[in-house]
Ligand binder design. Structure first.
Ligand SMILES: Cc1cc2nc3c(=O)[nH]c(=O)nc-3n(C[C@H](O)[C@H](O)[C@H](O)COP(=O)(O)O)c2cc1C
Length: 507
């Protein structure tokens, strides 16, 4: 029996790209800067604490050298953590001016994710909210105040807060992306933020922290506390930075997952779909916790699929090489159409899914809800076709044999990047069932998780010299048809892998 659609489902349906559907031109007048540019007389220059020379954008060259002895040691660790999470790792001169590229990829290079730091009471830094100014590599004090404890309460006092040195808060600034992508921007903002979170986990590990992120909190009071304008900006993730020694001491860091109500609308007059889905997925203090339970995957009807094909090769090799990998990675802009090896594909899939969800801290919010599919186009030793990927077993199941590279290119709005890829990884979720479990909050969880996994796929590919890019623009229903998926499955994200064309590999 079909039930009334929730706001998340209405949003998803209403933001699908449809073949032959209306094209909405970017709203150039609404274009927003990718920086907040808070003013402060006393920004904290983080450049001196980078672990390499000659940061090209830093203020150090034209400011008095900083007296490091006056700053607590956490500043140095935060400097490197922020840089490798979302710092400026690339500069391109264009007719419009200088464009910065960052450690995490971003749809359209619009960078809607803003990063704030809230130092803990014992950190040695003045308590308050600090903004990370990417283009200057500075921490800019926004306002003073004992925020930490209140944020902890709005995040349902998960145990990680008691042990954390500081919090990172990731928000989405809607207009940075919506001037171009309109309401569908919300999907990309979540995916982008997931990419940032993937980096954050690894950058934190390099500095002796574990992140224990949550995207379940009381939205209204938290936004008010941070003085955010709900029309412009929404909190997406709060990430306590916990010393690794505290994690090894055992004990859970996170509380149970939270659900929001299932919102039935209506969408208020004048409210955009983007604002409606964020509002409709808000959590209140009295909302129940999510009762655990996993979806069997693959579903029973897929048991008749062909025999599983073990992928064999796994990949653990990134950890120590994370800083150099993330600094040098760039999204591939064109593929040759050549092959990549089955072993490379196996390693990337393994790292992308297994490394994103192990250990004592939970990085993903609803991993049991995400299904992974693979369109094999040109992989040595694998028949072209559509497969399911089973992360726990590290196996693939053939669903449909065939060369679908043309269809794949069409599905990705005609982008050659998808047609010429050697393989396309597609993440989907049974949206109605995820909403039954998590309420409309599921929409955020699923897209954040897909972004985190996407970042792990990106990093593994970059490390192995395989070309890679996220794809956030696709004809939703056509992807379902290609993958043989019921219409209830929402397509979340595509990651294309292939042989980079020489002139576009890494610029
Ligand atoms: C969520 C997301 C969606 C993306 N979608 C596309 C896409 O549809 N087509 C494309 O060519 N690149 C896409 N990209 C790649 C971005 O264009 C790229 O990350 C951005 O230009 C910044 O460059 P960099 O990744 O090399 O730092 C996407 C990236 C992300 C994170």
């Amino acid at each position: 029996m079909s039930r009334e659609q929730s706001l998340a489902e209405i949003f998803h349906e209403g933001t699908k790209y449809r073949d032959g559907g209306a094209f909405h031109a970017p709203d150039l007048a609404a274009q927003a800067s990718p920086y907040k540019d808070f003013h402060s007389e006393q920004p904290i220059d983080l450049v001196p604490d980078l672990n390499f020379e000659n940061f090209p954008l830093g203020p150090s060259s034209h400011q008095q050298p900083r007296d490091s002895s006056l700053l607590p040691p956490i500043v140095g660790r935060l400097s490197r953590l922020l840089f490798y999470t979302c710092g400026a790792t690339g500069v391109r001169q264009s007719p419009e001016g200088v464009q910065l590229f960052r450690a995490a990829p971003s749809a359209g290079a619009l960078y809607p994710t803003e990063t704030y730091v809230v130092p803990g009471p014992g950190s040695g830094l003045e308590e308050g909210l600090y903004d990370y100014a990417v283009h200057r590599h500075q921490l800019v004090p926004v306002f003073e105040g004992e925020l930490f404890e209140e944020i902890r309460q709005h995040c349902f006092s998960t145990p990680a807060f008691a042990k954390a040195d500081a919090l990172l808060i990731l928000t989405g600034i809607y207009r940075r992306s919506s001037w171009r992508y309109h309401d569908r921007a919300y999907r990309r903002i979540l995916l982008d933020t997931g990419h940032v979170l993937g980096n954050l986990r690894l950058a934190a590990e390099s500095e002796g922290w574990r992140v224990a992120p949550t995207s379940a909190f009381e939205d209204g009071p938290l936004a008010q506390l941070l003085f955010l304008d709900p029309k412009e900006e929404g909190v997406l993730v709060v990430a306590p930075l916990v010393p690794e020694t505290e994690v090894d001491a055992g004990g859970a860091l996170l509380g149970p997952m939270r659900r929001s109500p299932i919102s039935r609308g209506p969408i208020s007059t004048g409210e955009s779909l983007l604002h409606a889905v964020h509002r409709g997925s808000e959590i209140d203090r009295d909302d129940p916790v999510h009762s655990t339970g996993t979806l069997p995957w693959p579903p029973a009807e897929e048991e008749e699929l062909r025999a599983p094909i073990p992928l064999g090769k796994t990949f653990d090799g990134l950890a120590g090489a994370f800083p150099e990998t993330v600094v040098s990675r760039r999204s591939t802009r064109a593929f040759t159409g050549g092959v990549i090896s089955r072993d490379a594909l196996a390693k990337i899939l393994d790292y992308g899914h297994r490394a994103a969800s192990p250990g004592p801290v939970r990085l993903l919010q609803a991993p049991e809800r995400i299904a992974t599919h693979l369109v094999v186009q040109r992989i040595t030793g694998l028949e072209p076709g559509v497969y399911r990927y089973l992360p726990d077993e590290h196996e693939i199941l053939m669903v449909r044999p065939g060369d679908f590279h043309r269809e794949m290119g069409h599905c990705a709005l005609g982008q050659d990047l998808a047609a010429n890829a050697a393989a396309v990884v597609v993440h989907t979720a049974d949206l109605a069932s995820a909403i039954d479990t998590y309420g409309d909050r599921a929409y955020r969880y699923l897209h954040l998780d897909a972004g985190v996994i996407g970042q792990y796929l990106n990093l593994a590919a970059a490390r192995l010299g395989v070309g890679v890019s996220g794809i956030g623009g696709f004809f939703d229903d056509e992807v379902n048809t290609l993958l043989n998926l019921p219409a209830t499955h929402a397509v979340l994200y595509l990651t294309v892998l292939g042989e980079p064309a020489p002139s576009h590999g890494a610029d």
